[in-house]
Ligand binder design. Structure first.
Ligand SMILES: [Fe+2]
Length: 257
């Protein structure tokens, strides 16, 4: 059996352990369950674009599917997805997999440690410089696949007028915070601690585009119309407009890189 199939079976059972007596999963856990499946599908598309096949593809799909394992115990224990007030869900995911993923399956997979590392690192602002060379392509693939789905999740929640279901802490209608605009205008990066409004969040998301790794990821972003949507949604202001255009230029250059 391929590792990805085994991982799908294991994750399904693990998620089932959080269902209530009536068989229902809490709606926010259901969001993470379907997110995991879509991140796996994104990984399949990116990997295909990169020409990955066989075991390499199998490992990529397993890592992408398992990347948010930590979300389930995190929500069960703390009732929130904010890592800052609960636990780092990348680390929690790794620890959960080390404890609960069947050893007879992981023992047969030479890349298992790379998968665990990709899970641990998927949510870090940057990949640390000491990631082993052989794990780097996988860690990058998981990060791209995850970001792509968060772009569409945020968009669909905004369009449905339900962004606070996804991001309870932000003001759906506030303007930009000065600190964040300053941050993205000066170093092209935005940090969550300066995010107050939806527009702030979209600016941080735009800065993620600068961290995407693979040409197929940029292509998928364009095909889904995500960047065009963010550009339409963000109110115009000089410093923001410059940042938006630089991101769009980067995205189209990287797509054919
Ligand atoms: Fe995550």
């Amino acid at each position: 059996m391929m590792l990805h199939d085994a991982a799908a079976e294991w994750l399904g059972g693990y998620v089932d352990s959080f269902r209530g007596r009536n068989g229902a999963l809490s709606p926010l856990m259901e969001v993470k369950r379907t997110h995991s499946l879509r991140v796996r599908d994104n990984a399949a598309k990116i990997a295909e674009g990169l020409g990955w096949t066989g075991d390499r593809l199998d490992v990529a799909l397993a890592a992408a599917l398992l990347h948010d394992t930590g979300r389930f115990p995190q929500y069960a224990r703390w009732g929130t997805y904010y890592d800052g007030v609960s636990a780092d869900h990348g680390e929690l995911g790794e620890a959960t997999l080390r404890e609960l993923f069947p050893a007879n399956l992981s023992d047969q997979c030479p890349e298992w440690e790379d998968i665990l590392l990709s899970v641990r690192l998927h949510n870090k602002k940057d990949l640390p410089l000491d990631v082993p060379r052989r794990a780097l392509p996988l860690a990058r693939l998981v990060r791209d696949s995850d970001k792509l789905d968060v772009f569409s999740l945020v968009r669909s929640h905004v369009e449905a007028g339900r962004i606070n279901d996804l991001l309870p802490g932000i003001a759906p209608r506030g303007g930009y915070s000065d600190e964040l605009v300053e941050e993205v205008a000066t170093d092209g990066r935005g940090s969550y601690r300066n995010v107050r409004s939806l527009f702030d969040f979209l600016l941080v998301q735009l800065s993620w585009v600068l961290d995407l790794n693979y040409p197929p990821s940029f292509r998928m972003l364009r095909e889904e119309g995500v960047l065009a949507w963010i550009e339409r949604t963000l109110p115009s202001c000089d410093r923001v407009d410059d940042f938006v255009s630089s991101v769009l230029r980067h995205a189209s250059a990287m797509e054919s890189a």
